[in-house]
Write a protein that binds this ligand. Structure first.
Ligand SMILES: Cc1cc2nc3c(=O)[nH]c(=O)nc-3n(C[C@H](O)[C@H](O)[C@H](O)COP(=O)(O)O)c2cc1C
Length: 417
């Protein structure tokens, strides 16, 4: 059974708050590293927070166990996952994560959750965050601009996850209005306080997902600041805040490499993972511990098990053959997960369009029928899949022998790259 969280409060749609003002004296991107470390140690030692978690952190600090050692120990304990489902609003929900895990994903992020609404609204929590015991390792991602509210939200999910992640990369207008995501890149003291608050008060480690600054050295200093503030794992999306179109603009893997080389905590690379060969190349070029994939997984949730869509067969290395799966099979498996772990219909509808996009381009009338349904049912969707299959179209996913072998008899992929 999926577990969700409960507590009553009023629901609100407003995404707005007044963030703390930046310290005008504070110029993080030029600051001296040693001084920052001293400030950080000072902060740890003088923390007035009395929760048992902060005392735990303090004790570990006094015992000389470094945050970096603990970050690596945790990563090793999780089995060093390399193939990871990226956070996607309305798209990386439990049934989709479970489908990707079945086909090779070794860890997954939840969609971004709004920390204030999460603390205030039971309905939001119940709908937007569900999980189950097989849904691990799990990153739960929040957007936030208030450290106390972020901590309150994080405490609610802490028992169900392996990292609490802070979204520092969302470039959308809604994030600008709400002052979170990539717009916090304009207020680094606030970013630092968010990370420190969680690092000092949670049992699980804190991770962050960032975008690049246009200047590489500024990006590196930013990443180091996050590490020093207590971030235990950093995912780097290799595009800037203004580079929104991931299909047109290539992610900068060299910049990710530079960040990886400058940090001591585990680093993950994000951007341009379209098929399994990209995974290998990205790991080699960036030196990252693992990769995150988003858009391509939506079309092909079996990407990490070595399956590729027809688009990526021409010119791929080695010899691809028609695999045992196509996107209709994956959609049916996804719908079965949805029956088991209910989610809002808008999420299901979004996945149907993404997974069957190629099929709908050939049979637009089937898409029109889908769009005409103001209310969906599983019966309608299963019938729609049958109809597409009966139209006789063959649109297989392709694989190399070695990859198909990765899906084990129990349905779980070994996922070794
Ligand atoms: C539908 C969709 C929703 C997304 N939602 C989030 C989100 O909630 N949090 C986040 O950090 N990034 C979000 N992203 C960005 C992705 O996690 C990822 O950084 C980006 O798409 C680049 O990866 P890709 O090249 O594999 O698509 C979203 C992307 C997509 C396509």
């Amino acid at each position: 059974m999926a577990s969700s969280l409960t507590q009553t409060q009023t629901q609100t749609q407003t995404i707005h708050s007044d963030p703390p003002q930046p310290d005008p004296e504070y110029d993080l991107l030029c600051s001296d590293q040693q001084q920052q470390q001293q400030q950080q140690q000072q902060l740890l030692l003088s923390s007035s927070d009395t929760s048992p978690f902060s005392l735990g952190s303090l004790t570990r600090c006094l015992a000389g166990e470094s945050h970096i050692d603990r970050a690596w120990a945790h990563w090793l304990k999780l089995g060093r996952p390399k193939l990871i489902v990226a956070p996607m609003v309305d798209n990386s929900e439990l049934p989709f994560r479970m489908l990707c895990r079945k086909y090779g994903a070794e860890a997954a992020y939840t969609p971004m959750l709004h920390s204030r609404i999460f603390t205030e609204t039971e309905k939001y929590r119940d709908q937007e965050f569900t999980t189950c015991k097989e849904d691990r390792p799990l990153f739960v991602q929040f957007c936030a601009n208030d450290p106390d509210i972020l901590l309150e939200a994080a405490k609610r999910v802490e028992p169900f996850c392996d990292y609490v992640d802070i979204n520092l990369g969302c470039p959308q207008r809604i994030a600008k209005r709400g002052n979170y995501g990539a717009f916090l890149m304009d207020n680094l003291p606030l970013v630092k306080s968010l990370v420190q608050k969680l690092a000092l008060n949670l049992q699980v480690p804190v991770s962050c997902k960032i975008r690049l600054f246009p200047d590489l050295q500024v990006t590196i200093n930013y990443a180091k600041m996050l590490e020093e503030a207590g971030c235990s794992l950093l995912a780097v999306h290799g595009r800037t805040r203004d580079e929104k179109d991931g299909k047109k603009i290539r992610a900068d893997w060299n910049a990710i490499r530079a960040v990886k080389d400058a940090l001591r905590i585990p680093v993950l690379a994000n951007g341009n993972i379209r098929h399994i060969d990209d995974v290998q190349k990205c790991l080699e070029e960036t030196g990252a511990e693992g990769v995150l994939s988003a858009e391509s997984l939506l079309e092909n949730p079996a990407l990490f098990a070595g399956y590729r869509t027809g688009e990526w067969v021409v010119g791929s290395e080695g010899c691809d053959k028609v695999g045992k799966l196509d996107q209709t099979d994956l959609l049916v498996e996804y719908l079965k997960f949805c029956e088991r772990y209910p989610v809002p219909w808008r999420m299901i509808r979004a996945h149907v369009h993404k997974m069957l996009g190629d099929w709908f381009r050939l049979h637009p009338h089937v898409r029109e029928d889908l769009n005409a349904q103001s209310k969906l049912t599983f019966e309608f969707l299963y019938n729609m899949v049958d109809r597409l299959r009966e139209l006789g179209t063959k649109m297989p996913l392709y694989t190399k022998d070695s990859h198909e072998d990765r899906v084990l008899a129990n349905g779980l992929a070994t996922g070794n790259v």
